[in-house]
Each structure stands twice: as C-alpha cells, then as structure tokens.
Ligand binder design. Structure first.
Ligand code: NDP
Ligand SMILES: N[C@@H](CC=O)C(=O)O
Length: 403
C-alpha cells in the first residue's frame, strides 16, 4: 500500500520512520509522497508541495493528515476522500468540528476515515470505545486526555519545576500542540472529549462555546503543594455522562487522592475510562503524546485498512440535550479577591486564599469562576472527587466557615 503523509513534523516523521523500518506487519507499506510547505528544502525524494499531485496519484491508497489546525487540513481531507483515498488523521481539532462531514464523505466515496491517534495518542482508546459500544450503552467517559498538561502537573509536583520550564520541556519533547495554549487551556481535552462523546452518544457536538472548560494556565507551585499537603494530586480532566437523553460535559482540574490511578499517571501518559452497562468501568492507560506512540496508532489504522477491517459506523444524528446542572461537585477556589459573597449559597469555608465550596452545579461554578477572573485574573479552581471530601479525617473538612 502506498501512503502519502501530509506534514512532516513530530507525527509525520514518526509515521515515516515506522513505515521505513518495514517489520513483518508493515513490509508492504511504502511512502509515496510527503507534503511540505513551498519554502521547505526537499531533503527526501518523496517530498512535494502539491496536494493535487498527491490526490491525483492513482497509486496512492492512503492519505495520512498530520498538518494540525483547521485549514487547510479540513479541505485537504475532504479532497483526498473525494478522490477515493482512505484518510487517517491525528488532528483532533479538525475532527471535533468535522467528524460527521468526514464520515459522510468517506461513506459516499466508498473509502475509510480513521482517527485512532486523535484521542489518547498511542492508546487504542477509539477502538476500545467502539468495541464497548458493540454491546453496551456507555454512560460515562472521563480521564486524563492530554499528555502535555499531565507532564506539566507531574513534573511540578515531583520536581518542583516551574510551569514555564516544564511547558518548554514538553514542547521540546514533541508533546505540545503548535500553539500550546490548546494544551494548557483545556481546548485539546475539549476536542478529544467531544470526539469521544460524538462516538459514544452518536451525536454531533459541534458548538462547544457554552460548555464549561477551564485549564491549568493559572496553577502555581504553591497550589500543587497545598493540594499535596491535603493528600491530593491535581490532574486536568475531561468528563461527560449521559442519562435520559441528556448529557453533561466538563473540562477542569480535578483533585485525586495520592493512592488513586489518576494521581499515579505520570509524564506524558493518559488514563481514559468508560463506564458501560455490562462491562462496568474500563480504564485505558498509555502514552498520550509523543512521536512514536502517536505514529504507532496511525500505523494501526493503516493496517486495519490494509486488512479491510471496518470500524464502528455512526451517523452522528442523535439529538441530546446538554445540561449544565446535571452534576454537582465540591470545588476549591484560590482567589486573592474576596469572593465569599459570590459563593455564599454553597456554604463556603476558607483556608488562606482557598475557598472550599460544597455541592455546586458544575455549570454554575464555571460561570462564577468567569466572574472571579474579572477581579483576579490569576485565580484557580479544581473540583474534588465526591467520596473523598466528606471523610472526617480530611484536613479540608476542618476549614473555617466563611461569614
Ligand atoms: N505531537 C503529538 O504527540 C500528537 C499530535 N497529534 C496531532 O497530530 C497533528 C500533527 O502534530 P505534530 O506532528 O505534533 O505537529 P508539528 O507542528 O510537529 O508538525 C506539523 C507539520 O506540518 C507542517 N505543516 C503545517 N501546515 C502545512 C501546510 N499547509 N503545508 C505543508 N506543511 C504544513 C508544519 O510545518 P511548519 O513547522 O512549517 O509549520 C509541521 O512540519 C496535530 O493535529 C496534532 O494535534 C495527535 C496526537 C499526538
Ligand atoms: N498536545 C497533545 C498531543 C496529543 O494529542 C497532548 O499533549 O496530549
């Protein structure tokens, strides 16, 4: 099979490297083209700057899109599908918006559109989710979906390195997005959660403007220490659950007890869980970012196409209602401004600059946080796992009540 790779950065190079290694599974694969920008030197004979040359090449079977971003990735994927090429992409930003359009185009032109690498890097998450859905309704999806933010939080807590230092390291290691604000502001998690929810619920969740998304941009070493003193590690989490034709959805920092699986997910690793009716809780763990793990997931899709393996078919046309009130949680909010009055309905208690708020609807907490940020743009918040905060030995239950 001949493969064209669009984009020769971290992922594109990883795919090229694995195909070139030509092991037993991949020995009949070869790279026909590599799309690079006009101004780039052509250091490999496969390089071209013409997408038309690629889609019009009768011998190219599969196009691997690894450019990133929305345009021209969106147009190039459609063009390749319309020219009868199978398409594989790792680009969650473009899939989160156009999954239905790509799937419809692939069906129309009798080709496959696969995207395992787009969520969870090297973890076979999409495949695991689709397999669970063959039998079960999946009610909950949650977990650590971003390698860069996990690497940052892990290094901050283990080595007391500053946020900026660790972010620079994550960029050097090829974990971060071209614009790393997607990693630290929760947008990348939101894209991956959106793709997962689209598949799990068979919906087309395109408009995420009103969804609660809060990242780790404002976290400090002092926050990490404070949480740790109280027995918790902080992780950036994506979470959705459905019931009675409604679903909720949130991206936010969350605290986990030191002994939990989440707290022990290190480096660039992801931990994604689903809950199905008969299977119960299933956890998926592995490297969520990085050149070779991500390229490995792309090659798995290539081999599925080579072996003519179908993935789950979805039309993404179910209508469900998003509810911001479906779930309540306890939160810790760190703010320099006096925010007690904003939160008084939820019995806040206070320790230093940290407010503990009880059982507030998730959507409401995110709305209030937007107000708090207007007074203190360095404020931070994290939710708490329900079963932990109520334990009588928790230091957090011994805080002062806010008048
Ligand atoms: N890195 C990772 O661990 C993972 C990445 N992904 C996804 O994979 C995709 C690629 O990521 P990654 O490889 O890390 O990104 P990189 O920035 O390392 O690579 C992208 C490459 O594509 C090139 N490129 C961008 N636009 C064009 C264009 N119009 N024509 C030709 N070349 C272009 C870039 O060139 P230039 O540098 O000149 O802009 C760059 O060389 C992204 O969607 C990302 O979200 C998914 C899972 C994991
Ligand atoms: N920037 C992303 C790359 C993989 O999806 C991450 O850090 O998880």
């Amino acid at each position: 099979m001949k493969i064209a790779i669009l984009g020769f950065g971290t992922v594109g190079k990883g795919v090229y490297e694995i195909v070139k290694k030509a092991n037993v599974q991949t020995q009949n694969l070869s790279v026909s083209h590599i799309l690079v920008r006009k101004n780039k030197p052509r250091v490999l004979k496969e390089m071209t700057d013409s997408i038309d040359e690629i889609v019009n090449d009768q011998e190219t079977d599969i196009v691997v899109e690894a450019l990133g971003g929305i345009e021209p990735a969106h147009q190039y994927i459609l063009k390749a599908l319309e020219h009868g090429k199978h398409v594989i992409t790792a680009n969650k930003a473009v899939i989160a918006i156009y999954l239905k359009q790509f799937s419809d185009a692939a069906n129309k032109h009798g080709v496959k559109f696969y995207f395992e690498a787009s969520v969870g890097g090297g973890i076979p998450w999409i495949q695991g989710l689709e397999k669970a859905l063959r039998i079960d309704t999946v009610n909950t999806i949650s977990g650590i979906f971003n390698g860069t933010s996990n690497f940052i939080l892990d290094q901050m807590s283990r080595n007391e390195e500053s946020f900026d230092e660790v972010l620079a390291e994550a960029q050097k290691l090829g974990y971060a997005e071209a614009d790393p604000s997607a990693d630290i502001d929760g947008i990348d998690v939101a894209n991956k959660l959106c793709i997962s929810a689209d598949i799990a619920y068979n919906i087309n969740l395109q408009d995420r403007k009103k969804l609660p998304i809060f990242g780790i941009r404002n976290i400090t070493l002092e926050d990490v220490d404070f949480f740790s003193q109280h027995g918790y590690a902080v992780k950036l989490i994506g979470r959705t659950h459905q019931a009675d034709n409604k679903f909720d959805y949130v991206v936010e920092p969350t605290l986990f007890a030191h002994h939990s699986l989440e707290a022990n997910t290190p480096d660039n690793y992801n931990l994604i869980s689903l809950n199905g009716e008969t299977i119960g809780k299933l956890d998926f763990f592995g490297q969520g970012a990085g050149m070779l793990p991500t390229a490995n997931a792309v090659i798995q899709d290539i081999l599925d196409i080579k072996e003519d393996k179908d993935h789950l078919k979805r039309n993404f046309d179910k209508k469900m209602i998003y509810s911001s009130e479906m779930t309540k949680a306890d939160y810790l909010v760190r703010a320099n401004a006096d925010v007690g009055s904003l939160l008084k309905e939820y019995s806040p208690t206070k320790e230093g600059n940290y407010y503990l708020i009880h059982q507030i609807p998730v959507g409401k907490m995110h709305q209030i946080m937007q107000v708090i940020l207007k007074d203190d743009d360095s404020a931070f918040m994290a939710s708490l796992p329900q079963d932990k905060i109520k334990s009588s030995d928790s230091h957090l239950s011994k805080q002062e009540a806010v008048a």
